[in-house]
Design a binder for this molecule. Sequence first.
Ligand code: AMP
Length: 282
Amino acid sequence: MKLLQESDHSRSIIKGLKSANKTIGLVPTMGALHQGHISLVRESLIANNVTIVTIFVNPIQFNNPEDFEKYPNSIQDDLDLLEDLGVDYVFMPAVSEMYAEDPIINLSFGHLEKVMEGKHRPGHFSGVAIIVAKLFNILAPDRAYFGQKDLQQLKIIEQMVSDLSMDVDLIMMPIIREKNGLAMSSRNRRLSRQGQEIASQISSSLIMAHDILIKGGENSEAVLSAKVYLEQYQEINTEYLELVSYKDLRPVTADTQTNRLVLCFAGYVEGIRLIDNVIVSK
Ligand code: AMP
């Protein structure tokens, strides 16, 4: 496994791989790797000749400075894990390499960022889109792997790829969970054991609402049941719990025609911001 830190050097490696007709799979991460990340890496290893994992905690996507400063970091463990998996390259640039100067470009995503993460984390998706575009430009992947856990992020990236005619296939992988149902996340490392147990109630509430919807229950009844369920747990501070259309993330109304919905949660446990979602196919 080779470690890449410079964009220009990486571009010349990519040129060589392309001229040897190698397909490239890219897995962008912010490190502190867990089984969720690993599932993306494994999929890339199966489908591509070369897999590149990026580890970069992108400062411009954090709207909360404390969240950035305290973002978990376990770089040596991450590298050992990726080497054992058979990853070919890890791209791990310094912040100064990616942002020699602060970017002045600002990307906006219309209705896709008027809800949920976009609404609650101003500027977040512009920062995400900028770093992903930079990674695509430097590493020129044939396929890039993203988790359903950050569904809104994936929709934003899909939109960017389509609007800007980027030549990359995006692949969504399902959410990997702890045994108790808690969606795996690097931020879970900041929770106490008890916090992790309580946080598992988030997925329980989503599953409960999912089952109500599948059995033909009203949308509003399902959302309300999940909210009421979570209210039992004072330690869970819900920021939003929204039912939206899977296709375009528009909030579900009485007129919504689609049968494919997604119920999305964001909130805090022990001051740590967690997100989760469940797709509902009625
Ligand atoms: P992050 O390091 O949190 O930026 O995540 C890197 C990638 O891993 C993103 O595409 C995430 O959606 C994905 N990911 C994070 N957690 C999970 C999970 N529990 N299951 C599947 N994919 C995940």
